[in-house]
Design a protein around this ligand. Sequence first.
Ligand SMILES: NC(=O)c1ccc[n+]([C@@H]2O[C@H](COP(=O)([O-])OP(=O)(O)OC[C@H]3O[C@@H](n4cnc5c(N)ncnc54)[C@H](O)[C@@H]3O)[C@@H](O)[C@H]2O)c1
Length: 289
Amino acid sequence: MLQADPHLSCTMMVGMNTKSPTPVAVVTGGARGIGLAVGQWFLEHGHRIVLIDTDADTLRQTVDHLARSDDVMGLHADVSKPEQVESAAQQVMARWGRADALVNNAGVAVFKPVLETTFEEWRYVLGTNLDGAFLCSQAFGRIMAKQKSGAIVNIASISGLRASTLRVAYGTSKAAIIHLTKQYAAELGNYGVRVNAVCPGPVETEMAKLVHSVAIRSDYIDTIPLGRYGSPQEMAQTVGFLCSSQASYINGQFLAVDGGFDASGVGLPTLRRNDPEIRHVGQPPDSSH
Ligand SMILES: NC(=O)c1ccc[n+]([C@@H]2O[C@H](COP(=O)([O-])OP(=O)(O)OC[C@H]3O[C@@H](n4cnc5c(N)ncnc54)[C@H](O)[C@@H]3O)[C@@H](O)[C@H]2O)c1
C-alpha cells in the first residue's frame, strides 16, 4: 500500500498538473544500494528524483538524509503490484507532470539449489525482478511515449548473461529482463524513448552481503580481471550515461559493468599464481565527480 506519510507520498501535490521545468528521474528500489547511488547521480546532474521502495523506514531515512524536499519524492510502493505502480505514476504526474528517466532497479535475490527452490521463492523473485520491470516500464513508458522522449534503464546482472550455481530464479529473472529490454526498445523507440540494460558484476551492497558467502566473494575476486567488486557509484555513472543525450542513438542494448567478468574464461587464477607481479587492483577510482 502507498502510505499517507507526507515524506513518502505526494499527498500535498504541490504544483498539481503543472509540468516541472526540471527533468524527473524515477528509480525503483531507490532507498539504498545501487538505486540510491543512481538517484544521487540524477540529483547531481540537474534532475528531480522519485525513489520508489517497499522498505518504508529506510526510504524515509534516505529522503530525510538527502534533505532536498523540493526535488526528492519518496514513494512507498511494491513494483510487483500493478495498482501500486499505476498509483505511483499518477502521483508523479500530479506533482511534477513529467517522467524523463526510469531506472528499473528494484530487485531481490534468493540463492538456492535448483532442486530446493520452492515455487513461492521462484514467484517472489520473478514477481519483483521481472513483473516489476514490466509494470513500471508500461506505466512510465506511457507517459514517455506521450512526451515523445525519455529513457529507461533496466538493472539486470551478469547472472543474466552466464548461468551459475544457486541462481535458478535470480539468473532466469535477469536473463528475461535483458530480453524485456529489447522488446520495449523495439516498440518505445518509435516514440523516441530508448530502453537499455546494465548488467552489474558483484557490487558492495546489502544484497551482496545477504547472498555472497565468503566462498562466493573469493570466487568472484579470483575470476574478475580487475580483481575487485564494483561500487554503486560505478553502476550509477553507467546508468546516467545511458539516460543522457550522449547515448542518444543507443537503444535495446545491454552493457556488462563487471570488471571484465563476462569477457573472461578459464586461466586467470593460474596466471595470477604464476606471475607475482599481478596484484588485485584494489579500490575503485574516486567517483565523486
Ligand atoms: N549487489 C550486487 O552485487 C548486484 C549485482 C548484479 C545486479 N544487481 C541488481 O542491482 C539491483 C539493486 O541491487 P542492490 O545490490 O542495490 O540491492 P539492495 O537489496 O541493497 O537494494 C534493493 C532495493 O530494492 C527494494 N525492493 C525490493 N523489492 C522491491 C519491490 N517489490 N518494490 C520496490 N522496491 C523493492 C529494497 O527494499 C531495497 O531498498 C537489483 O536489481 C539487483 O538484482 C546487484
